[in-house]
Design a protein around this ligand. Structure first.
Ligand code: SF4
Ligand code: SF4
Ligand code: SF4
Length: 348
């Protein structure tokens, strides 16, 4: 799909961001990521590669107490973050095909309830009928409908997702930056120029995804106090290389390339998963008509965006700026008119 340029300097809608920023026709194609979370194994190689290549400090690692994730969230010292989401799976309804059941469990110390109290010889643990016990456990399980679910279907799954700056088509962080430190690159990505940032933090409040942050430490490290986030490895792109995180991903969960081609690839992957019966597969961020004009880094998810910590319907926070400016100008005009009328209407 070719991105139309609806109007220069628009705050919303589909457009080619590098063309909008003034790069001429021989600019490279827009670059980005398609992250297919269905094949992420949570190895965190991408996090490590990003830190190594970009000299991002490796501190603040600890366990959350709610997950095996030890890097918590995207922040100034975490430009890639692999979320571990442990999710109970709703037990599936099963059909009784009249097949023989599983062998009953042996529970040491409990009396036998089966027909043969000692089926394997003297002294052997006695089998018990666990069907009632399992039935009550399933009825109490989170998400259980208490129907004919079996013990085999009670389970949980891990959702792994490697998150990153979205390199929005309409990037509010860039719109509000008073120094021009945040810039649109010729690849359509959003890059912080560390030596121009004054640490005002306007971009932090403007980002609809909570990505960008000022670095708070460790003391002595470079760029403390400066806004920091993924640059989409701008230095590597200018050298014709793949970003470090995508290069290191062993499963190709992170796919780097031309955004237009990646969007087609992502649509095909979702169709394939749907064909295979994975009907929860969906894309997030690939739609140029969404609230940020589509993102340069978009995702294939296996559940609702909120489950992964993504806003379900992000909107560029500067979208209403033209309307606000128009209203402020109208109010100022009315005030001036009122002042003029009262001045001219005074008795001599
Ligand atoms: S995700 Fe946030 S920091 Fe990244 S480009 Fe969009 S607004 Fe800027
Ligand atoms: S593109 Fe580069 S800067 Fe961005 S997350 Fe990947 S390795 Fe880090
Ligand atoms: S995205 Fe790739 S490198 Fe990162 S955790 Fe998943 S599988 Fe590992």
């Amino acid at each position: 799909m070719t991105e139309a340029r609806i109007s220069p300097n628009a705050f919303w809608g589909p457009l080619d961001p590098s063309a909008d920023a003034g790069y001429d026709d021989d600019r490279p194609k827009r670059k980005g990521f398609f992250t297919d979370t269905s094949i992420c194994i949570g190895c965190k190689a991408c996090e490590v590669a990003c830190k190594e290549w970009n000299d991002v400090p490796s501190d603040h690692f600890d366990m959350t107490g709610t997950s095996y994730d030890n890097s918590h969230s995207l922040n100034a010292n975490q430009w890639r973050h692999v979320a571990f989401i442990e999710q109970p799976v709703r037990p599936k309804q099963t059909v009784d095909l009249g097949m023989p059941g599983r062998a009953p469990a042996y529970v040491p110390g409990l009396p036998a309830t089966g027909a043969d109290p000692d089926p394997v010889g003297a002294g052997a643990p006695a089998p018990i009928d666990t069907s009632d016990l399992l039935g009550s456990m399933l009825a109490e399980a989170p998400g259980s409908d208490g129907g004919s679910a079996s013990a085999d279907s009670m389970d949980f799954r891990w959702l792994m997702s490697s998150d990153v700056c979205k390199h929005c088509t309409h990037a509010a962080c860039l719109d509000v930056c008073p120094t021009g430190s945040l810039m649109r690159s010729e690849f359509g990505t959003v890059v912080v120029q560390d030596d121009i940032c004054n640490g005002c933090g306007y971009c932090v409040a403007a980002c609809p995804y909570g990505v960008i942050e000022r670095r708070r430490g460790p003391d002595g490290h470079k760029n403390v106090g400066i806004a920091q986030k993924c640059t989409l490895c701008y230095d590597r792109l200018t050298a014709g290389q793949t970003p470090a995180c995508a290069q290191s991903c062993p499963t190709q969960s992170i796919q780097f390339g031309d955004v237009e081609e990646l969007r087609e690839r992502a649509e095909a992957r979702v169709a394939k998963l749907h064909e295979a019966g994975v009907m929860d597969a969906r894309l997030y961020g690939n739609d140029p008509n969404d609230g940020v004009g589509g993102t340069g880094a978009f995702f294939l998810l296996l559940d609702e965006p909120e489950v992964y910590g993504f806003p379900p319907d992000p909107v560029v926070t500067t979208k209403d700026l033209p309307e606000m400016a128009r209203k402020a100008a109208t109010a100022a005009g009315v005030l001036l008119l009122g002042a003029a009328v009262s001045f001219l209407g005074r008795k001599p």
